[in-house]
Design a protein around this ligand. Sequence first.
Ligand code: GLO
Ligand code: MG
Length: 349
Amino acid sequence: MTMAIKPQTYRFCFGPWNISEGADPYGPTTRPTQSFDWKLAKLKELGFDAMMFHDDDAVPDVDSKSDAQITKEAKELRKKLKDAGIAAEIVAPRLWFSPMTIDGAYTSNDPKARQYAIERSLRCIDIAKIIGSDLIVLWLAREGTYLRESKNGKRSVEYLVQAIDKMLAHDKKIRIAIEPKPNEPMDIAYIPTIGHALALASLTQEPKRVGALIETAHAILAGLDPADEIDFAMSFGKLWSLHLNDQNGLKFDQDKPFGSNNLRLAFNQVRALERNGYGRRGEFVAFDVHPFRTTKVEHTVDHLVNSRRTFLKLVEKVRTFDEPMAQKYIADRNYQALDQMVIEHLLGQ
Ligand code: GLO
Ligand code: MG
């Protein structure tokens, strides 16, 4: 007799930056800024389970504060989260804003900038510990170039490994999840895919504590199928967090609602998560999505609600997919029929 496996139930989160104001490179904001407390209350009201943080979402203006002040404010946040019954999923050092990191953070050509980046990352770890997260996300935003001759690629890999090793040594419990992205803000980034992230992990002192975060839009920008990236990372037991969203082809990072552009790709991502048991080790499903610029203030959280709704509907679609029939078509190499079966399943027929 086979034991019935309880279907996975998912836990969801988003970050304060996901309730954004509509600015783009060509125009100003279109909605007012909501306070952190408003966002936290909304997150709870909408039934999400956790919040993602940048270090300066947790402690604003972190660079200008003393260690004692950072500790005090992080503890205040811990209390706020505890009172709300909301977990802190990840903390990510925001290494792309400072005047110190114009030419990169860990891979800057300026040793002072590299030092700044490492010190800020260690502070980020301290904040994460206080607010109750053991997962540091590295989105390596400025670790790349506008022209390749300006940096040495091999040295850049060494710098990245050194920086990660310093973080691992700073705290023996934290884990690091690298969030790859192939371009934007840089012309070309050094760690564009999950394969690169995991290869980088293998060069560190403790590869076991270095894993990955996949974002749908970033995989699409790399010309890859996000579902394949999920399967790849999970084959190594390395998918520790996830940013679901969507992207209309190779343009700027759009962070559209999950499934907005590529319903079938979204279906396949959920299939990959289901077959690999994502969430069984406590991983969260995060939506790294933004409202459209046109969104009115009264609809400012709808992209989050809708992304979760689409996700849950796709979980149902995955669980009701006629697998024996699919296997029959596969055995017969009748991919034409398989294709139509998927389309009609998604159409609800
Ligand atoms: C931008 C990234 C960004 C990160 C976040 C956490 O392209 O997706 O939203 O996920 O800063 O590091
Ligand atoms: Mg992201």
